[in-house]
Design a protein around this ligand. Structure first.
Ligand SMILES: [Fe+2]
Length: 152
């Protein structure tokens, strides 16, 4: 598989979310490189960053959907839960010394990318409608607080 590139269909129109998704794609590509270079230490580093960042991003998204009063929050959360379970499993297998890079790369490529293009685009209109200032200064303190809470 080749490197992933940002596509228009990933765009949610919420710049804080789009930039987090871009960062996830960046980590997925790093994982791809680590596998190609056959560098186990780099793989471990990228895996830790990727998992950590994705989990923080999910928590951030859930909090955002909650504050915006998104009706299908529970369904979206369950989708995240399923992914968190899968991730835990890969993490454990990696700790046990198994090489899960390729499998994980494929999962991320298919599952996470579909999730961004479809599920995340389902909540985006509610956020844009109920939190119109999300990307403006008006919400700056809200954003700052959330980012501090979930990304540290
Ligand atoms: Fe999501």
């Amino acid at each position: 598989m080749s490197q992933l590139e940002w596509q228009d269909e990933f765009e949610t129109g919420i710049s804080v979310i789009d930039s987090q998704h871009k960062r996830i794609i960046h980590y997925i590509n790093q994982l791809h490189d680590a596998e190609r270079l056959n560098d186990p230490q780099l793989t471990t580093e990228v895996l830790i960053n990727l998992i950590d960042y994705t989990l923080s991003h999910f928590a951030f998204e859930e909090s955002l959907m909650e504050d915006a009063g998104y009706r299908a929050l529970d369904i979206h959360k369950r989708t995240h839960d399923a992914f968190r379970e899968k991730i835990k499993n890969y993490q454990q297998r990696h700790i046990n010394g198994e090489d899960v890079t390729h499998e994980l790369f494929e999962l991320l490529n298919i599952w996470l990318i579909n999730h961004i293009a479809e599920d995340d685009n389902s909540y985006a209109p509610t956020i844009r409608e109920n939190m119109p200032g999300i990307d403006s200064n008006e919400q700056a303190s809200w954003l700052k607080q959330k980012i501090q809470r979930f990304f540290q």
